[in-house]
Design a protein around this ligand. Sequence first.
Ligand SMILES: CC(C)(COP(=O)(O)OP(=O)(O)OC[C@H]1O[C@@H](n2cnc3c(N)ncnc32)[C@H](O)[C@@H]1OP(=O)(O)O)[C@@H](O)C(=O)NCCC(=O)NCCS
Length: 178
Amino acid sequence: MKTVETSRLILRRLTLDDSARVEEYASDYDVAKTTLNIPHPYPEGGAREFITSILEAERNGKIAIFAITRKEDNGLIGLINITGTNANRRAEIGYWIGKPYWGNGYGTEAARAVIKYGFEELNHNRVYALAFTDNPGSWRIMEKSGMKHEGILRQHAIRDGRPVDMTYYAILREEYTG
Ligand SMILES: CC(C)(COP(=O)(O)OP(=O)(O)OC[C@H]1O[C@@H](n2cnc3c(N)ncnc32)[C@H](O)[C@@H]1OP(=O)(O)O)[C@@H](O)C(=O)NCCC(=O)NCCS
């Protein structure tokens, strides 16, 4: 897993030292409520356990999760992952940004960089993402990253006991312009 640099961000491997920042932002229900894998309430010490399991999964080549950090202060502001299979050369991306940093284009900048990583470093043929239909911030990132809308998966998941519709976007290698 390489470090990825964009104009304002460094995407790097997570370490256990990131636990406190991850826990602080992931504990915010406004961040958790439109994701499928952040529990709420967030368990104390949960980020440390999460990062430990991620480092293990990365060693097995199952997933790559980047800490999204700002160049200006080296601070972690969010996470982004790309998870795929070599068999079909496709990968899914997912991300969150800590609430204090929303609305600055960081999510879009990180997503574009990871899509590039998926095509250029991991040799994928297709990169896709899913978002709640009522989460325009997320599907706007997909649109701004060159992904195309492929459909709606009705009641595809359950969040807090409530069925949610998911919107599905993807970009193909042949559409990727770098
Ligand atoms: C979704 C999320 C990643 C957006 O991150 P961000 O860094 O604020 O995104 P950007 O600043 O790059 O904005 C992306 C676009 O979405 C728009 N947007 C952001 N939040 C929005 C909102 N609540 N409503 C409508 N549009 C929104 C922005 O205006 C921008 O579009 P524009 O350039 O056309 O104006 C962030 O809000 C988040 O982490 N949410 C909680 C976790 C989550 O939902 N993750 C995605 C799961 S699939």
